[in-house]
Design a protein around this ligand. Structure first.
Ligand SMILES: Cc1ncc(COP(=O)(O)O)c(C=O)c1O
Length: 361
């Protein structure tokens, strides 16, 4: 007897899950890849050799240190974690977002974030079965504290996510507005600092001022996206609860050894991120000199720009056919209509992007 799969799926998979689309990652083919906020630089050959040598010593037959203690100590130093705060590691910061939401999940609860923002907050809330409330940013993508406070009062969210700088808009919200949100929040506030390496401010040192504040970081944007390693920083009491949702051994032995090695050589990564920050300024200036674009300021390693009405899809496709992959945000609609996002690449990649864009405009 063959069963009707469609019927089974309709019966067993929750409607919210059936309504979702899986997170789509396009195949870059041979394109210059400026779509995913990656650091474009590889390591010098001698560093690669030393890294591979280090991996020789790893016991692949053993489970990893479940608490990744050596790696945690190195991350505490590299990320200037306050002594009084604890650290929890995730397989990418995505996993930590999921763990936070799972920990606070209960029927009827709300996850809240300003929008547009990082799409995983909404996606994870929906997968876990919670309601997601997106609070519109102002037209210039600034955080409107009054609208946020009203939404907090109305929805009493269990968790508020604030990307600082925000993705995909690239701006840093006003720190005083963020403080008001943290003070008004009935539950947890997670300041997601995925782009800290490129930003002029951080809430890491302010953790000691608030008991409901957590700071999320990742090593992805500083040049280790392939590793999948994120860290959550906050009071031990909160992290101990969130840690209960962690699958054992979530950071593999190769990841632990590689991240420890990379942090021992973090001057190399820091030189790369400094280069990206300076190339961001050049790319911003060059984009601003092009006609018919509205270019938004950025404290991250990407730049958001708005094209003339209805032109984003054609520009995106035109760039792609010239071998350059960026991110088309226009299909998301709303405030992101006509918007494209480009990651700051190596100087020759940025130049190829600018040449192609100039051609298309
Ligand atoms: C704001 C923000 N947070 C978190 C992440 C996830 O980073 P990862 O899972 O690579 O640590 C991203 C990735 O784009 C992001 O933009």
């Amino acid at each position: 007897m063959t069963r009707d799969i469609e019927q089974d799926i309709e019966h067993w998979v929750r409607p919210e899950i059936r309504a979702l689309s899986a997170y789509h990652v396009p195949d870059p083919g041979d394109c210059i890849k400026l779509d995913a906020m990656e650091n474009p630089y590889r390591w010098p050959g001698e560093l690669v050799n030393a890294w591979l040598e280090r991996l020789r010593g790893v016991s692949i037959n053993r489970y990893p240190d479940p608490g990744a203690r050596r790696l945690q100590s190195a991350l505490r130093i590299a990320m200037e974690v306050p002594d009084a705060m604890s650290v929890l590691l995730g397989n990418g910061s995505d996993e930590l977002i999921q763990m936070i939401v799972q920990t606070l999940a209960a029927p009827g609860r709300v996850i809240l974030a300003p929008e547009p923002t990082f799409v995983m907050y909404r996606l994870i809330a929906q997968v876990v079965g919670l309601r997601f409330v997106g609070v519109p940013l102002r037209e210039d993508f600034a955080l409107d504290p009054e609208t946020m406070l009203e939404a907090i009062e109305l929805h009493q969210p269990a968790v508020i996510f604030l990307a600082y700088p925000n993705n995909p808009t690239g701006n840093l919200f006003d720190a005083a507005a963020l403080r008001r949100v943290i003070e008004a929040a009935p539950g947890l506030v997670v300041v997601d600092e995925a782009y800290a390496a490129f930003a002029s401010d951080s809430f890491m040192a302010r953790l000691t001022e608030y008991s409901n504040l957590l700071v999320l970081r990742t090593v992805s944007k500083m040049g280790l996206a392939g590793l999948r390693l994120g860290l959550l920083v906050g009071p031990q009491a909160w992290l101990a609860e969130i840690d209960k949702t962690r699958l054992p051994y979530n950071i593999g032995v190769l990841n632990q050894a590689s991240a420890e090695f990379a942090l021992e050589h973090r001057a190399v990564l820091e030189a790369q991120t400094a280069q990206i920050r300076s190339d961001r300024a050049a790319l911003l200036a060059a984009l601003r000199a092009l006609p018919m674009l509205q270019v938004y300021p950025s404290e991250a390693n990407f730049i958001l720009f708005r094209t003339a009405l209805g032109r984003a899809d054609a520009l995106f496709e035109g760039l792609r056919s010239r071998g350059i992959l960026i991110k088309n945000l226009s299909p998301a609609g709303g405030a992101l209509r006509d918007c494209l996002r480009v990651t700051v690449g190596a100087p020759e990649e940025n130049q190829a992007f600018l040449d192609a864009l100039r051609d298309l405009l």
